[in-house]
Ligand binder design. Structure first.
Ligand code: HXC
Length: 221
């Protein structure tokens, strides 16, 4: 399948790389990109040769959020009827591990996409944020749930209510990202980790992912 807004590469190691590819607009997530991303992830998830999927952007931006220019003319009813968040649900259902390799901006929907992944590796230039408040909306793809769960309520409130960006260092200290590496090698490091996971027994890997994610949905009494 060929795509216009993403690039997909499969490696012999069992690792697939999905690169968001709208560099002129900092990989803003328009409907076409999200649809292509969903299709590619579904296909890779069903491909037995693929064990781990790395999602990345470029050095300047992982993704600067939902495409504001596409969204601006739309009213609430049109957006509701389009049901664009169904696409995001499909990404959440991917059973293979997803690693986000983040450099530069990961804002709004871009930060949410990274948080939807199972592991985030950040370059030292990465800047995260939920700036939606500044344009009169709220994080629409899970940021209001993920951020407090991952970094605590008080910090999440501050960041979402002010829209302030935060650095890779802060994200690391708060436990949002698992590793910070120099910008020149962020993808290489993510691929190294992906290859290590891809060499593990695949069913156990998928079950472990499922079990860890279950920790965010329930409490065992
Ligand atoms: C569409 C975007 C974009 C976006 C950047 N661009 N972000 N286009 N949607 N989210 C475009 C710019 O318009 C510009 O295109 C080009 O990318 C380069 O951006 P610049 O602003 O010139 O770069 P810079 O000065 O370096 O500033 C970078 C930035 C800024 C700080 C990231 O672009 C910015 O603040 N972007 C918006 C971030 C944002 O608000 N994200 C949240 C979106 S809402 P042109 O053609 O002008 O050169 C969201 C959730 C919605 O994600 C939930 C709905 C319910």
């Amino acid at each position: 399948m060929s795509y216009e807004t993403i690039l997909v590469e499969r490696k012999d190691s069992g690792v697939a790389i999905v690169r968001l590819n709208r560099p002129k607009v900092l990989n803003a997530l328009n409907r076409q990109l999200m649809g292509e991303l969903r299709d590619a992830l579904e296909q890779l998830d069903n491909d037995e040769a693929v064990k781990v999927i790395v999602i990345t952007g470029n050095e300047r931006a992982f993704a600067a959020g939902a495409d504001i220019k596409e969204m601006a003319p739309k009213g609430a009813i049109e957006m509701y009827l389009e049901d664009q968040f169904r696409t995001w649900d499909a990404i959440r259902r991917v059973r293979k591990p997803l690693i986000a390799a983040v450099s530069g901006y990961a804002l709004g929907g871009g930060a949410e996409l990274a948080m939807m992944c199972d592991i985030i590796i950040a370059s030292d230039t990465a800047q995260f944020g939920q700036p939606e408040i500044k344009i009169g909306v709220i994080p629409g793809a899970g940021g209001t749930q993920w951020l407090p769960r991952l970094i605590g309520k008080s910090r999440a409130m501050e960041l979402i209510l002010t829209g302030r960006m935060f650095s890779a260092k802060e994200a690391y200290e708060w436990g949002l990202v698992s590793k910070i590496v120099p910008a020149e090698i962020y993808l290489e490091e993510a691929l190294k980790m992906a290859e290590e996971i891809a060499s593990m027994p695949p069913v156990a890997v998928q079950l472990a992912k499922e079990a860890i994610n279950y920790a965010y949905q329930s409490f065992i009494m």
